[in-house]
Design a protein around this ligand. Structure first.
Ligand code: ATP
Ligand code: MG
Ligand code: FE
Length: 341
């Protein structure tokens, strides 16, 4: 029987229904970007209310598309953390209520685990990846490097010490006067600029392990902009700053991946996930570094790299295959590190 997945941990409301073999029967995502744009970032209270407004109709649409009812499901799964507590309560509360009413099991899914297992979806073009593999999770909320050794077996190899990489893109873009979310806008502007124009720092480069740090980079750009002549920043200058910033991030990520590869020589592949995986310069560099180590870099299609519910339903399937279920009083966990599973 099919599995329903629900995602509501940040600023995407999503519902998906998968067949037990992982085939996608329905897949819906509603981004809240427009609701938060005026504030330049995600406002938790607005996010929670938007999830509440959208979720019920979205789940019913997904059921209609898949041609099933609640009682036909094998399980209902929802992201229970990490994330914003209001959104988590909306998604898990809905999932528990529907599961109880329909008499089907409930699964509380870790959002990071869902990102980590996406690469094993049988329908992906590259074919399912076998354990162990390396996962670089590069999003607005997370920058982590994980050894994925089995379902429920994750070893954190490194994480950001300060900002997440997407956050660094968004903050730098804001300093440059670009619209929210800044990542895509900054990448577009960087194409017009010279990546060697400015000598920016590369925090932690060549340092042991694979921790990340980006806040020094953002500070360097803030200082650089403060020293600019007053008046509007010329577009060519902004483009040079954007290109130099992106080059620094690319160098950092390439170096960190290099270290991570040495920490997991048995890796069958390198998977990159999170919104920053959309960045072509970063993708190209990671692919190059993985290639030098004889590994393939696999990036799931972008819609499965960013927040979605297919990954939640798929993680539930992997757990169901192990016989795992959650209790109906399983809590939401705003903080829920993967290596605590
Ligand atoms: P979470 O960590 O909970 O998944 P999130 O919703 O912020 O948080 P995503 O939706 O995966 O994460 O990704 C959004 C982030 O990706 C934003 O910070 C955005 O700026 C960044 N991003 C998107 N496209 C690009 C790009 N082309 N280049 C760089 N960064 C990008
Ligand atoms: Mg998002
Ligand atoms: Fe995410």
């Amino acid at each position: 029987a099919p599995i329903l997945g629900i995602e509501s941990s940040c600023d995407e409301t999503a519902a998906a229904i998968l067949a037990p073999d992982g085939q996608i029967l329905a897949e819906l995502v509603l981004s809240q970007i427009a609701d938060h744009a005026a504030f330049g970032g995600v406002v938790p209270e607005i996010a929670a209310r938007a999830h509440l407004t959208a979720l019920d109709a979205m789940v019913k649409d997904a059921l209609r598309q898949a041609g099933v009812g609640f009682a036909d499901l094998a399980a209902i799964a929802a992201t229970a953390g990490p994330g914003l507590i209001g959104g988590l309560l909306v998604g898990t509360g809905y999932a528990k209520g529907a599961a109880l009413a329909a008499g089907v099991p409930y699964l509380a899914i870790n959002h990071l685990e869902a990102h980590a297992l996406t690469a094993r979806l049988p329908s992906l073009a590259a074919g399912p990846v076998e354990f162990p593999y390396l996962l670089l999770l590069l999003s607005g909320g997370h920058s982590q490097c994980l050894a994925v050794e089995g379902v429920g077996k994750y070893r954190l190899l490194g994480a950001t010490l300060d900002d997440a990489v997407g956050e660094a893109f968004d903050k730098t873009a804001k300093l440059l006067g670009l619209p929210y979310p800044g990542g895509p806008a900054l990448e577009a502007l960087a194409r017009e600029g010279n990546a060697k124009a400015l000598p920016l720092p590369r925090p932690l480069l060549h340092r042991e392990g694979c921790d990340f740090s980006f806040s020094g980079l953002k500070t360097a750009i803030a200082q650089l902009l403060a020293a600019e002549p007053s008046g509007a920043l010329p577009r060519a200058r902004a483009a040079d700053i954007a290109a130099s910033f992106q080059a620094s991030v690319t160098d950092i990520l390439g170096d960190r991946l290099n270290h991570a590869l040495a920490m997991l020589p048995a890796a069958n592949a390198v998977i990159v996930a999170g919104g920053v995986a959309a960045n072509q310069a970063i993708r190209a560099r990671l692919s190059e570094v993985a290639g030098e180590a004889g590994k393939l870099l696999i990036a799931p299609p972008l819609r499965l790299c960013t927040d979605n519910a297919v990954m939640v339903a798929w993680a539930a399937i992997e757990h169901l295959r192990q016989g795992d279920l959650s209790a109906f009083n399983a809590p939401c966990k705003p903080r829920w590190p993967l290596d605590s599973l």
